[in-house]
Design a binder for this molecule. Sequence first.
Ligand code: AR6
Length: 180
Amino acid sequence: MNTIKIILGDITKADVDAIVNAANSVMLGGGGVDGAIHRAAGPKLLEACKKVKAINGERCPAGEARITEAGNLKAKYVIHTVGPRYGIDTPSETLLASAYRSSLDLAISHACKSIAFPAISCGVYGYPPEEAAGIAVSICQRPEYESLAIIFYLFSEKMTAVWMKAVYGSPVLAKSPVPI
Ligand code: AR6
């Protein structure tokens, strides 16, 4: 059985080998969790992002992932992935699954033992949380990711309950912070 934990809290505090960022395709920072990760990591992260090869200004298309150093974060790496803008980047389900898979594959290929995910695409990109959680959890439960400790950092009680239901099948309400 794969190790999947859920925490209600700020992903920038995660003590893991790799923190996943819900970035945009330009990969030079933004709002939401992207902004929080860049603020906590400091300017080294932006410098590392600038070194990632860009094609027509785009460093990471939707559904793909890129890895950089993590600046001042506790983590060794930041894995930047771009989820779909719901209903705009299509098929959204395939692209969201691919964002999770690409991130997990990069973690494995860089010998990571632990990885923290936010709810990719569930903020300004508008993905319905229940659908997103189902996709996220089904990818993370695949046997090829058994060696990774996977932690989801959710930012509200509502989102935490949605993820708990996807992992455990019951809508247990979480209190902050809740390592399960
Ligand atoms: N820790 C954990 N989760 C967080 C944090 C945090 N510190 N801050 C926000 N969240 P979003 P997206 C949650 O909008 O939908 C950016 O501008 C948030 O409540 O950050 O993939 C990028 O540059 C929500 O549940 O990412 C892109 O342009 C989840 O993280 C765009 O937003 C994702 O919300 C990507 O949009």
